[in-house]
Design a protein around this ligand. Structure first.
Ligand code: AMP
Ligand code: ZN
Length: 475
């Protein structure tokens, strides 16, 4: 079966055919984090969705080049740098590192390239120069360079490819300088923002004068550099359709005259009581918040993968407890399979599944290839768990077939990425206590650090200080 995905450009589920004439390699760009704070798990829903797309492509046999940018200069960042009286790099570096730590905790594969906007200023300037030369960008009286939607449309180009816009109500010549705006305010948007006193040290020289890039042009420049003028897949959360992605298309197609992206994929939002989880509403949890409550990255990943990517769903702590129980059912089944497989006679040559256990991998692949039908995936997984459990209870599974089933599970997990709970996994609560002890020691509060060490001991863990840092061991 061929892979089918919903393309926002055509508003329909389409068969995926890569641009590569050999049909083997795929270029995929996912808009990365704006590193002005810790990412919340709404953001993480989108990045876990991108990880599932990548894994599904790889599971289907494609070689994927996965690119995710780091937006490290943008309106919100500049504001925070000013408020915190720090430097751009120091400020964004901290949140970028935290983001990459969380990415690992959530079992996401690391993108092959993670370009930073601030390291692509020459490419951004070059792209803006092309747009100016083609007559679709202009320098305004405020010293900034804007993209002209009127001129772009005048060349026969289509502004409004990802969603319908009422362009007749648009007032020609109106401009918007901020990076984020509503679709009611369709207007010429900033490519290069002239330096203003509030920008502090954050500016670069350019042929248009000192200033900094707009958010949208950053992604056009970095994606074209990493994947070429036309590439296969571009992903993001649904709020990025407008203006961010629409502007990316306009800038890229306006500069190259070529189709920018073949398939646009958008993930629906994670909600809290019916509203989008967002920093501005204050209704958010970071991964760290949930770890402090004792949940693991694996449990959060499972929860984020529990709904279809085009459907919104409400985040609740109950839902997370449900994720924990679901994973425990899988873990228990795998643990018992291991016990049976351990009885395998090493001399035995029969490792063929002769019908005792149904294949899982193929069924999961078929479900995913149908526009990432994740509910079907979990239905198949738990059908398999129930079946295996029945065989285990009645001692009807032979060691060689238990081993076979374990291999099938491992291959299936290549795409799910939920793994199996390791016997050595350190619970988040223990990890948090250990970190608190280190902090107490650094603050020379030895009374507190000793008390935490005793508490860890009471919970069954010893802590050792080694030259490489602390080590936790189960008693
Ligand atoms: P940002 O760091 O704000 O640029 O956002 C990073 C990604 O998270 C973008 O793809 C957004 O569309 C996505 N995003 C933001 N809020 C949510 C949410 N509540 N649910 C799902 N994705 C979100
Ligand atoms: Zn982007």
């Amino acid at each position: 079966m061929a892979l089918k995905l919903f393309n926002t450009l055509s508003r329909s589920v389409q068969e995926f055919t890569p641009l590569d004439p050999a049909g083997k390699s795929v270029g995929m760009y996912c808009c990365g984090p704006t590193v002005y704070d810790y990412a919340h798990i709404g953001n993480w829903r989108t990045f876990v969705f991108a990880d599932l797309v990548r894994r599904t492509l790889e599971f289907s046999g494609y070689g994927v080049k996965h690119v995710m940018n780091i937006t490290d200069v943008e309106d919100k960042i500049i504001k925070r740098v000013r408020e915190n009286k720090t430097t751009l790099r120091e400020f964004t570096g901290k949140f970028e590192a935290a983001f990459l730590d969380d990415l690992k905790m959530l079992g996401c594969r690391e993108p092959h390239e993670k370009p930073r906007a601030t390291e692509h200023i020459p490419e951004i300037i070059e792209l803006i120069e092309k747009l100016v030369a083609r007559g679709v960008a202009y320098k305004a009286a405020d010293g900034s360079v804007y993209f002209s939607i009127d001129k772009y449309r005048g060349c026969g180009c289509n502004y409004g490819q990802l969603l319908k816009l009422n362009l007749d109500e648009m007032r020609a010549g109106e401009r918007v300088a901020s990076d984020e705006y509503e679709k009611e305010s369709v207007a010429d948007f900033a490519l290069w923002k002239a330096r203003v006193p509030d920008d502090g040290d954050v500016f670069w020289p350019s042929p248009f004068g000192e200033g900094r890039p707009g958010w949208h042009i950053e992604c056009s420049a970095m994606s074209i550099k990493a994947l070429g003028e036309t590439f296969d897949l571009h992903l993001g959360g649904e709020d990025l359709k407008f203006p961010h992605h629409e502007d990316e298309i306009a800038q890229s197609e306006g500069a190259t005259g070529k189709t920018f992206v073949k398939y646009w994929l958008h993930g629906a939002h994670l909600l809290v009581e019916g509203k989008k989880m967002s920093k501005s509403l204050g209704n958010y949890f970071t991964l760290r918040d949930l770890q402090a409550k004792g949940f693991t990255g694996r449990e959060v990943r499972y929860l984020l993968l529990s709904a279809h990517y085009r459907e919104t769903f409400n985040f609740t702590l109950d839902g997370l407890n449900g994720a924990r129980s679901a994973l425990a059912r899988i873990d228990e089944c795998i643990k018992k399979l291991r016990e049976v497989a351990a009885q395998l006679n090493p001399e035995s040559e029969t490792q063929i599944n002769n019908g005792e256990v149904p294949f899982l991998k193929e069924r999961v692949l078929v479900a995913l290839q149908n526009d990432l039908n994740i509910s079907e995936v979990w239905a198949r997984v738990f059908e398999w768990v129930r079946y295996v459990n029945r065989l285990l209870v009645t001692n009807q599974i032979r060691p060689e077939n238990a081993l076979y089933a374990l291999r099938d599970w491992d291959e299936t997990d290549f795409v799910l990425g939920i793994g199996v709970k390791s016997e050595n996994e350190i619970p988040a609560e223990i990890q948090t206590l250990a970190e608190a002890r280190t902090a107490a020691k650094q603050a020379r509060d030895f009374k507190k650090s000793d008390a935490i060490r005793d508490e860890l001991k009471a919970k069954g863990w010893v802590i050792e200080d080694t030259p490489k840092g602390i080590k936790l061991k189960k008693i």
